[in-house]
Design a protein around this ligand. Structure first.
Ligand SMILES: NC(=O)C1=CN([C@@H]2O[C@H](COP(=O)(O)OP(=O)(O)OC[C@H]3O[C@@H](n4cnc5c(N)ncnc54)[C@H](O)[C@@H]3O)[C@@H](O)[C@H]2O)[C@@H](O)CC1
Ligand SMILES: [K+]
Length: 489
């Protein structure tokens, strides 16, 4: 598992580490790592005009330097590049407030402090704000970002302007190609719109590992986690012991939801998929391995239910939802089931078995009374706590929150998954993980991860992606994630 730590947790760890080290050590570690990554990027640059040497020598580097230590990191890294022959221009963006010793070191190495740098550069270093930054950019930084054409934009630690702890971007912020982060990820690298401004993330080890709080603010699953959580069938398993999934989805009006959810369920680790609803004819025709019954009651015992996609919001649907909720099996509630819970919150009141809710923003609003804020992890956690459920809040970076406050960010999301029916596939797959005995939070985290990976396979080569394509790629994504995860273990 990877994690992301809040600015306060990073500061506590840094303070502990700094107390054991000579002054300035951490900043030099950060600057050295940053300069090395900049040099790697400059080696790849394509110089314009006649063929020249590529690399640090002769490259034009501009530093936007803020008033704090983030600016210090950028200026010391730029000093290293200047010593290797880069033409460095540093622009103080908060009046004259700039890290004094770092600025002096840069000038000694041949760099220049200027108010107006060249309009073009090979590399722009965003050292405006780090973990001490409040959202939004100082005007001078914004002006320079508007006028400079940069080959590559490298954010120092975080893209300046973002809300470091939530990933919200309420005002202007830097859009980076690469972010070089020190010591650990911060929530803005993995959450919300800020994660999209981060670009490729490069972590520089400055030795914080041993002193960081063992509980990160945000968790990020990796393939090793998913492989470890996955229930592998043994020689004594049969289709029942591997888990039976019940899918209460679709209707005569929306038979596709039944097919997509069932297909998602078939791609998971459970051994048996039962469909309960009025779209049985379509499910049977497309997925003959699914056993169909007209109602939830007739489906009998299952180890996990999915209820909601395309099954309507009328009296009959409400009755089916109630039937699912009296079952002692864990349940994934999606789509129309969420609308019904928004209208009749009491249906959840006597529920004891685990529930995973999978809202998108409008469904979240129906459940919570207001739309999710830009602090998406906080929003998911608030709903999970209020309803005592696991919540998977969909978005370009899906987040999962458990009712005890733990939050996970999914690293595999992609815009192509925002397509009709994609959520039905995800919900069916998740129900299969639950039926196999996986804990609800892990099932939600693993389902989002593998579903995102399937979306990636479906989108390979720039292909357009429909929900059926994601469903079709799920078995391959399972194989890839598990084999890489077991390899990593
Ligand atoms: N503390 C340490 O040991 C280390 C810190 N490092 C660097 O230090 C950074 C944190 O440095 P600082 O604590 O100095 O904080 P920052 O460099 O983020 O800057 C804080 C300063 O910016 C001002 N400011 C905040 N938001 C603003 C806004 N929106 N507009 C204008 N001004 C604003 C604040 O008043 C304050 O003066 C990290 O992100 C990292 O880059 C690294 O060198 C590694 C070691
Ligand atoms: K920055």
């Amino acid at each position: 598992m990877n994690g992301a730590w809040s600015a306060a947790a990073i500061r506590r760890a840094e303070a502990q580490l700094m107390s054991r080290l000579p002054p300035g050590t951490l900043m030099q570690r950060a600057a050295a790592g940053l300069a090395a990554e900049c040099a790697r990027l400059l080696r790849k640059r394509t110089p314009q005009g006649p063929k020249r040497n590529q690399g640090v020598y002769g490259a034009t580097v501009i530093v936007l330097a803020g008033p704090g230590d983030n600016g210090g990191d950028a200026l010391y890294a730029a000093e290293r590049l200047a010593r290797r022959g880069a033409r460095v221009f540093a622009v103080p963006v908060m009046g004259d407030r700039v890290h004094p010793t770092a600025a002096a070191a840069l000038v000694r190495a041949g760099g220049r402090l200027v108010a107006t740098p060249p309009a073009r550069c090979d590399l722009l270093l965003d050292g405006v704000l780090g973990i001490g930054g409040r959202p939004g950019l100082p005007g001078r930084a914004l002006d320079q970002l508007g006028r400079i054409e940069a080959g590559t934009v490298v954010a120092v630690d975080v893209p300046s302007g973002v809300d470091v702890d939530t990933g919200a971007v309420p005002a202007s912020a830097v859009t980076a190609d690469v972010t070089v982060a020190f010591g650990a990820r911060k929530p803005c690298h993995v959450l919300g719109r800020a994660s999209l401004l981060t670009g490729r993330l490069v972590l520089v080890d400055i030795g914080l590992g041993d002193v960081l709080d063992p509980n990160p603010a945000v968790r990020v699953a990796d393939e090793g986690d998913i492989a470890a959580w996955w229930h592998r069938p043994g020689p004594d398993d049969d289709k029942y012991t591997r888990g039976v999934v019940g899918v209460a989805a679709g209707s005569e009006r929306y038979p596709g939801a039944a097919v997509l959810a069932s297909t998602g369920a078939l791609a998971g680790p459970a051994g048996y998929v039962r469909y309960a609803g009025s779209a049985a004819e379509y499910v049977r025709r497309t997925r003959p391995e699914v056993v169909c019954t007209p109602t939830v009651k007739e489906a009998g015992r299952v180890q996990a239910w999915l209820a909601g996609p395309g099954f309507g919001t009328d009296e009959a649907a409400l009755a089916e939802l109630r039937e699912v909720l009296v079952s002692p099996a864990p349940a994934v509630l999606d789509a129309d089931a969420l609308t019904l819970i928004g209208e009749y919150p009491s249906v959840l009141s006597r529920r004891e078995a685990p529930v995973v809710l999978t809202p998108h923003d409008r469904e979240y609003e129906r459940l919570y009374g207001s739309p999710p804020s830009e602090d998406r992890a906080g929003a998911a956690a608030a709903l999970a706590k209020r309803l005592n459920c696991t919540v998977l809040l969909k978005g370009h970076h899906t987040v999962v929150a458990s009712s005890d406050g733990a939050v996970w960010a999914n690293p595999t999301g992609r815009p192509q998954l925002a397509t009709a029916g994609s959520g039905d596939v995800l919900a069916g797959f998740m129900a299969s993980l639950l039926a196999s005995g996986m804990d609800p939070v892990r099932a939600a985290v693993a389902a989002a991860y593998v579903h995102g990976a399937a979306g990636g396979l479906a989108a390979e080569g720039g292909r357009t992606v429909a929900a059926s394509d994601v469903a079709r790629e799920l078995p391959a994504a399972v194989g890839a994630v598990l084999s890489r995860g077991r390899g990593a273990a």
